[in-house]
Design a protein around this ligand. Structure first.
Ligand SMILES: Nc1ncnc2c1ncn2[C@@H]1O[C@H](COP(=O)(O)OP(=O)(O)OP(=O)(O)O)[C@@H](O)[C@H]1O
Ligand SMILES: [Mg+2]
Length: 366
């Protein structure tokens, strides 16, 4: 059985500005009908990567393939308009002097009736059929965004490049339009490369996430894997708040107030960070100064007092001050749980939810 050809593949793309590699040896693939998210902090090179794929900027090294065919390397280059790539950017301006129908039809060729049929089909899909003869200024921001999506999809692009297309919308509307956009793109079988700096958006939309940092892809995989098996401390911290428990390795083990952690593959004396997300901290009540019994899964409970508790809607965030060193540990609870400041409690760390990394500055020692 042959492996399917990626719709989009970029290989070893590098782009330098003034000697600095802003995109540094980036490779990734997007399969037909799949969404790959390029996720990373501001300035890491996401938009530059997208512009190179669109053909509006040129790489210094590397190749781009669509359906297995070379469309661009450093000598050969198919112009942007012949790449069958759709674009949707944050500032997706519609043409103000054209109606909704004319906007959507803009990139279409062929007989009038056929174009009209495609426009109607797409507007129905984004639930805007009734606005077909209106003008952009008569629509809300979210409606305009959906027209822009219909316009980008009209010529049936093989690939859709989207650069933070939802960032101008308020939360509720954003969720709705994101989901709707996703279902339209899946129906059309379009391969999508979506740029975002928001992990929630990436996890919601992506089949695959490519986590980018300082021009490089540091980790790539399904959202579940990036969240549950981050490659380093920064990758863990990118997806949620984290708690860090410090320790020093002795005989492949690290002793902490939460008990011993297995730290294989770390040399004696190495300083390590044990990382735990707030939703994986377990909380138990104080029984006259005593906590729950230690277990193999949850380790040894450590005593803490509530510093503050906040109601977050679907969960509560409780900050604890640890008795052993005065540090703060955060725990989220999927319910209304608002203990009073000063309440003593016991915290446990779920072993299977911890990540252990060398402490910063120790990377080379490990
Ligand atoms: N034409 C250019 N000339 C010089 N430097 C550039 C140029 N375009 C981008 N850069 C630099 O390249 C880096 C990456 O920019 P890019 O726009 O790709 O980041 P980004 O990941 O999209 O960030 P954001 O999330 O803020 O949009 C930035 O430091 C930027 O200043
Ligand atoms: Mg950008």
């Amino acid at each position: 059985m042959s492996t399917p050809t990626p719709r989009l593949e970029i290989r070893n793309i590098t782009r330098r500005f003034g000697g600095r590699a802003v995109v540094d040896d980036v490779s990734l693939t997007v399969m037909p009908g799949q969404v790959t998210c390029l996720l990373g902090p501001s300035g890491c090179g996401k938009s530059t990567t997208l512009r190179i794929i669109a053909g509006v900027d040129m790489q210094d090294q590397g190749e781009i393939y669509i359906d297995g065919k070379l469309i661009c390397d450093t000598v050969f280059r198919i112009p942007p308009e012949r790449r069958e790539v759709g674009l949707m950017f944050q500032d997706f301006a519609l043409f103000p002097h054209l109606s909704v129908a004319e906007n959507v039809a803009f990139g279409l060729n062929g007989p009038k009736e056929k174009k009209r049929a495609r426009v109607q089909e797409l507007l129905a899909r984004v639930e805007l059929a009734r606005f077909i003869d209106d003008y952009p200024h008569e629509l809300s921001g979210g409606e305009q965004q959906r027209v822009a999506l219909a316009r980008a999809l009209a010529p049936r692009p093989r690939i859709m490049l989207m650069d933070e297309p939802f960032s101008g919308l308020d939360n509720r509307l954003r969720d709705e339009i994101r989901d709707e956009t996703l279902s339209v793109l899946k129906d059309e079988g379009t391969a999508v490369l979506l740029v975002t700096h928001e992990p929630d958006e990436a996890m919601r939309m992506a089949d695959e996430i490519a986590l980018m940092r300082a021009g490089r892809i540091v980790q790539q995989g399904a959202p579940y894997n990036l969240y549950n098996a981050p490659i380093d401390r920064a990758a863990a911290a990118f997806f949620s708040d984290i708690n860090v428990i410090k320790g020093k390795v002795q005989n492949l083990l690290t002793d902490t107030p939460f008990g011993q952690f297995l730290t294989p593959a770390m040399p004696d004396g190495a300083e390590v960070d044990i990382i735990i997300r707030p939703q994986h901290v377990k909380i138990d009540f104080d029984r006259n100064g005593r906590g729950p019994n230690p277990t193999p899964d949850d380790g040894v409970p450590a005593r803490a007092v509530v510093e503050r508790a906040r109601f977050m809607g679907s969960e509560s965030l409780v900050e604890f001050r640890m008795e052993f060193d005065g540090s703060v540990l955060k725990a989220t609870v999927p319910a209304v749980f608002l203990p009073k400041p000063g309440t003593p409690m016991w915290l446990m760390i779920r072993r299977d939810r911890c990540f252990v990394f060398p402490a910063p500055g120790q990377e080379r020692a490990a």
